[in-house]
Design a protein around this ligand. Structure first.
Ligand SMILES: [Zn+2]
Length: 188
């Protein structure tokens, strides 16, 4: 079986649980095209959406799945990892200082600046747009008069999954590479 286009390796499938929510955000559940095709043939998943890219053998041709859903529900058990994606998800992809929801401008702010001993933790990192991040600079919240809209805490798995529901699979699909990047663990 040979891929028809050059880049099937750039065609991961987003894996949804049987309830159509991503199997995991921690990290985002992605399968290689080989694994997703295997699961299709073993009848373990349904194909929800696919890429334009095809794979072909002499006897068959198939578009690569971009989103698949498991036929059997898998229970979540792990705690959420402290990743860029999860911090943004907790904060709803919205600047915690001004409410800006432009994802292009979204970055992180240390509520208590690193220069004042602030650490890189769930309790001290919030989503912020870059203009707010620059405006606040190295100042304490009270000096800058900039306070996060919601006091940052470590979210539960349930809370994050709940947030994830407001981002439909299609939205995730369109921004693969962002999500792969955002799922890196943040350095303490
Ligand atoms: Zn802002």
């Amino acid at each position: 079986m040979a891929p028809r286009t050059a880049n099937p390796e750039n065609c991961p499938a987003l894996v949804l649980n049987a309830d159509y929510r991503p199997l995991s955000y921690f990290p985002l559940s992605l399968w290689s095209w080989q694994d997703s095709l295997k699961a299709v043939f073993l009848d373990r998943v349904d194909v929800v959406a696919h890429y334009d890219t095809c794979v072909r053998s002499p006897s068959f041709e198939m578009q690569l799945p971009s989103v698949v859903s498991l036929k059997s529900f898998v229970k979540h058990a792990r705690n959420p990892a402290f990743t860029r994606f999860n911090v943004f998800l907790r904060d709803g992809f919205i600047c915690q200082y001004c409410g800006n929801d432009d994802r292009e401008l979204l970055t992180f702010d240390h509520v208590i600046p690193r220069s004042r001993g602030g650490r890189t933790t769930w309790e001290n990192i919030v989503a912020a747009c870059s203009p707010c991040n620059i405006r606040k600079g190295g100042r304490m919240p009270k000096d800058a008069r900039m306070f996060p809209a919601v006091t940052p805490v470590r979210p539960s798995m349930y809370e994050l999954n709940d947030r994830g529901r407001s981002f439909p699979p299609h939205y995730l699909h369109e921004s693969w590479h962002d999500y792969l990047y955002w799922d890196c663990e943040l350095e303490p």
